[in-house]
Write a protein that binds this ligand. Structure first.
Ligand code: ZN
Length: 219
């Protein structure tokens, strides 16, 4: 899953308005940042197989450190604890809890679309409901999740500057465009290394745009 992950980031802004949107944008993709880096280092493994699933050509056959259930929980608890410790505002616990919950939401949302490649526990079964087998349904679910989160964000914030009226919609349109670009059929598929570099670039760019957008809105 790609843009659907940001639904929980937008929702977190409603739960705790003091958390900047770009922080939770990073939280929502934190385990994919980790995945991309571990793929670059050759620790986690992926094969590119055209038409592996209708909406994905990635055979993600080995990623126990980032996308297993215990792995994701460790990322979420660790990141949430660190975030709470470094949180400068009031109520450190709730800041850390919300940040950690957004990190963990990544695994739950991946569970919907992935092939059974998410390890449940060491030596246990791999799980995944494989919605990526349908391009239409996976995009409807992902788009619907994103829109629901975006609507929450729009209802719990209001424009602070003139740009605040259109900036969120520009961010949303850019996210949808990135998602569409992701699914354009290609003749020569990118290598796993290119996939992971593109991932880090896209997640970082979206966090930057979330920062710019959030500056135009107030709670
Ligand atoms: Zn993922």
């Amino acid at each position: 899953m790609f843009i659907g992950h940001y639904s929980t980031a937008f929702a977190a802004r409603k739960l705790k308005p003091a958390i900047p949107l770009w922080h939770v944008f990073i939280a929502a993709q934190l385990v994919d940042f980790g995945w991309a880096i571990l793929v670059m280092l050759g620790v986690e493994k992926v094969r590119v197989i055209p038409h592996f699933m209708e909406a994905s050509m990635l055979d993600l056959y080995y990623m126990p450190y980032t996308h297993s259930l215990p792995g994701s929980l460790i990322w979420a608890i660790g990141a949430g604890a660190l975030y709470g410790v470094f949180w400068k505002g009031e109520r450190k616990f709730s800041a850390g809890l919300i940040f950690g919950a957004v990190v963990f939401s990544h695994w739950l949302l991946d569970l919907i679309v992935h092939a059974p490649d998410l390890l449940l526990y060491p030596g246990g079964p791999m799980v995944g409901f494989a919605l990526w087998n349908s391009l239409v349904w996976s995009q409807l679910v992902e788009g619907g999740l994103l829109l629901a989160g975006f609507a929450l964000y729009m209802f719990c914030t209001k424009p602070k500057t003139k740009a605040g009226v259109w900036a969120p919609f520009a961010l949303l349109a850019f996210m949808v465009a990135l998602q569409a670009y992701n699914h354009i059929p290609v003749e020569v598929p990118p290598t796993p290394l290119v996939f992971s570099v593109m991932g880090v670039f896209a997640y970082s760019l979206l966090a930057l745009l979330a920062w710019l957008t959030d500056r135009t809105r107030t709670s």
